[in-house]
Design a protein around this ligand. Structure first.
Ligand SMILES: Cc1cc2nc3c(=O)[nH]c(=O)nc-3n(C[C@H](O)[C@H](O)[C@H](O)COP(=O)(O)O)c2cc1C
Length: 130
């Protein structure tokens, strides 16, 4: 199983990464389900932070699509490694709902991160207000 965590920056003229999340998540729900990929997509201000876990080939193919996707730029891989188990469990992509308060989402995220390695959690915690 390959685990990939990266950050990128939206190219949306609004400057808000969140503005592209709905169509992205719709695409991801279909393709990730077929390819056995799970993970987390988080957006804050202009930045995306995404964790992906799945079979090596599926993750490699998705990474190629991501690198070619004009909706974001400056894709920076933070973690790229093999894991025995899915640290992010079975969840599909999650993101903050527009109507969900930042506080409520952050509490949810901190709960979800209890199961991941310290190194991984630190990347997320650095981005999310405590
Ligand atoms: C920040 C970001 C995250 C994305 N996450 C996923 C994802 O988890 N799964 C997915 O299938 N596509 C995701 N996409 C969309 C892919 O980049 C790509 O457009 C889509 O998979 C279709 O691939 P294709 O154009 O190579 O057919 C994401 C795009 C962005 C900008």
């Amino acid at each position: 199983m390959r685990q990939l965590i990266y950050t990128s920056v939206t190219t949306n003229p609004s400057g808000r990464a969140q503005d592209d999340c709905v169509p992205i998540l719709r695409q991801a729900a279909v393709r990730n389900g077929l390819d056995g990929i799970t993970g987390l997509l988080y957006s804050q201000d202009a930045e995306f932070l995404q964790a992906l876990e799945g079979p090596d080939d599926s993750v490699a193919d998705l990474l190629a699509s991501l690198k070619a996707d004009p909706r974001h730029r400056d894709l920076r891989v933070l973690i790229d490694r093999q894991t025995d188990e899915r640290e992010f469990g079975d969840w599909m992509m999650v993101h903050r709902e527009r109507r969900e308060s930042v506080d409520s989402f952050d509490r949810r995220l901190h709960g979800l991160l209890l199961g991941v390695s310290r190194e991984t959690a630190e990347y997320f915690r650095a981005l999310v207000p405590a």
